[in-house]
Design a protein around this ligand. Structure first.
Ligand SMILES: Nc1ncnc2c1ncn2[C@@H]1O[C@H](COP(=O)(O)OP(=O)(O)OP(=O)(O)O)[C@@H](O)[C@H]1O
Length: 257
């Protein structure tokens, strides 16, 4: 059974044409789904549908075989963690206090976090090399530091599926590599990871499944090496580019020309 299944999914904003139509896709434990497509095509909208934040105009979404609409927010939060593209900065909370709020789906009503919850926070800060920020107020972090902290917050939730909307958008080269490596490590650890990116190289680096939006909203899935051809990428992004096989890396590299 797939962890997450999208079946004939369509969506349009009120008074607007469909952004996507009859979209089918699934993701299993241990799998990475990289979603690529031009600006404004509907990637973030699809992710919001998967989180139950927007209601599809047609089709169904199932989580572990159960209709998303039948699950409570708490049940969904125990399976899926979502990091949106724009996360509201929570103000003067410390990084530790901000992260421990992700333990809420596991706490009974009005209970305070336990030592074990703080340990999960410390473990995940260490995993992302963020321990030095643990006592810093979140509203004093740089854009890139805050983006890393939002990813740590998703891990603290201990979900089975992590959905990340452009997780590398604000990150320097080194941190981008760290996040791509983290996504690989999470998949090796049997998490499912669904993420969006504007960099086709991320899909080649990860080497898993890709979901590709065309400018007209058409959605195709396939393995990175097979789906992401030079012609397809040129059409998707409306620009000239080259795919070069880099033997030392053992993968394709996409370069703008
Ligand atoms: N609340 C809304 N009401 C109406 N239209 C919206 C709303 N939110 C987004 N849109 C429109 O829906 C389309 C898809 O937006 P979405 O944010 O899903 O695109 P995206 O593929 O994630 O884009 P980007 O790569 O630029 O982040 C865009 O044309 C956007 O202007």
């Amino acid at each position: 059974m797939s962890l997450l299944t999208m079946n004939h999914l369509s969506f349009h904003y009120t008074g607007q044409p469909n952004l996507f139509e009859r979209l089918n896709c699934s993701i299993q434990n241990g799998e990475i789904l990289t979603i690529l497509g031009p600006n404004g095509v509907g990637k973030s909208t699809l992710l919001k549908c998967l989180m139950g934040l927007l209601k599809p105009s047609a089709g169904t979404i199932t989580l572990e075989g159960q209709a998303l609409t039948k699950l409570s927010a708490r049940q969904i939060a125990q399976i899926v963690a979502y990091v949106p593209q724009h996360v509201a900065n929570p103000g003067s909370l410390t990084v530790t206090d901000y992260l421990v709020t992700s333990r809420t789906p596991y706490l009974s009503f009005a209970a305070t976090p336990r030592e074990a919850d703080y340990q999960i926070v410390r473990d995940n800060l260490a995993k992302l090399s963020l321990t030095h920020l643990q006592d810093q107020p979140v509203n004093t972090l740089s854009g890139g530091q805050f983006q890393m902290v939002t990813i740590a917050k998703a891990l603290v939730q201990q979900p089975k599926l992590i959905i990340l909307d452009e997780p590398t958008a604000a990150l320097d080269f080194g941190r981008q590599k760290q996040v791509i490596d983290l996504i690989s490590a999470l998949a090796a650890d049997h998490y499912a990871v669904l993420h969006t990116t504007h960099n086709p190289n991320h899909a080649f680096m990860l080497g898993h499944k890709v979901g590709l939006f065309s400018p007209d909203g058409h959605f195709e899935t396939g393995q990175a090496d097979q789906l992401l051809t030079e012609n397809r990428l040129k059409k998707i992004y409306g620009t000239d580019l080259k795919l070069i096989y880099e033997a030392t890396l053992g993968r394709y590299v996409c370069e703008l020309v």
